[in-house]
Design a protein around this ligand. Structure first.
Ligand code: PMP
Length: 296
């Protein structure tokens, strides 16, 4: 949905979308030098707000980026932006780039970070795939190795994930499974991955090179509440082929079942029982437990 009138938070004020402009010398644009967060609000509540803000400041620390606002100020700015757009349900994109510099890549030349907050919505996959499950493929492009650009940093540098997405599209599907450099399953282009085998829920540990997804954490939490056995362990493509169930988690995608991987039908070829149960509980948490935007 393209909104004609929309208020965007840019640096320290709300501006009309048509006025929300950034310099061509911003290093976020020139070099992908920056970080971001994707946050969701449901029913007038921001889901896992603290965790997203915390991860933003951790990403900033890792790339030695000074955010010119305190976490408290950042939270207020997010709330202010949602309110200005009168939203109850929203997808919020928070971007902090190194700011305006010269054409060299030295971040010391950038005086002040650029802060952008967009409160809008997002639809990653058509509704039918949430009902019937998604087909995915593994792709040749590997996830960044942690020793180069650590995937635990939510940086603006998504080019290898974009290449993976292109490879998935070339294969006629909407999402790609990315392996790490050793060939273990890492994650998808913007989602974490889970399998269920013999009643055990498995997801790769993030140190192998995956983002520590906040919705991944919610899924693990919900699974434990349901009494499911949970393992954070490395696994391979083969483990997915022979899994009973498979699904993805992410703020934009939420939780989406996967029913086919590299042409192999997973389980019964329809969303599994554990997956459906986890989706139901995930939604319940999302809709009832967030930080209220409009205090009574
Ligand atoms: N992996 C990657 C590469 C991502 O970009 C994201 C977020 N879009 C995720 C996983 C999921 O993280 P979260 O649950 O915090 O949205």
């Amino acid at each position: 949905r393209i909104l004609s009138s929309q208020k965007i938070f840019l640096n320290d004020e709300l501006v009309e979308k048509s006025e929300a402009k950034i310099s061509v010398f911003d290093h976020g644009f020139l070099y992908g030098d920056g970080i971001f967060e994707g946050i969701r609000a449901y029913n007038g509540r921001i889901f896992r707000f603290e965790e997203h803000i915390k991860r933003l400041y951790e990403s900033a620390k890792a790339i030695m980026l000074d955010i010119p606002m305190t976490p408290e100020e950042m939270k207020e700015a997010v709330i202010e932006t949602i309110k200005a757009n009168e939203l109850e349900d929203a997808y919020i994109r928070l971007v902090v780039s190194r700011g305006v510099g010269d054409l060299g890549l030295d971040p010391n030349k950038c005086d002040k970070a650029t802060v952008i907050i967009i409160a809008s919505d997002i639809t990653l996959y058509p509704e039918e795939f949430y009902q019937n499950g998604l087909e995915v493929v593994t792709v040749p492009t590997r996830r960044n190795i942690p020793e180069a650009l650590n995937p635990r940093i939510k940086s603006l540098n998504y080019l290898n994930n974009i290449l993976a997405k292109i490879e998935a599209n070339q294969a006629g599907v909407l999402e790609a499974i990315m392996l790490n450099n050793e060939g273990y399953v890492a994650e998808c282009t913007g989602d974490n991955i889970f399998i269920v085998k013999d009643g055990v829920l498995m997801t790769p540990p993030t140190y192998i090179g995956a983002l520590k997804g906040i919705k991944r954490g919610v899924v693990l939490e919900v699974a434990e509440e349901l009494g499911l056995e949970v393992k954070e362990e490395v696994f391979t493509r083969h483990d997915i082929f022979v899994a009973d169930e498979c699904f993805l988690s992410g703020t934009a995608a939420e939780v989406i079942p996967v029913i086919k991987v590299d042409g192999r039908v997973i389980g019964e070829g329809s969303p599994g029982d554990y997956t459906k149960k986890l989706i139901k509980e995930f939604r319940k948490k999302a809709e009832t437990t967030g930080t209220p935007i409009y205090s009574k």
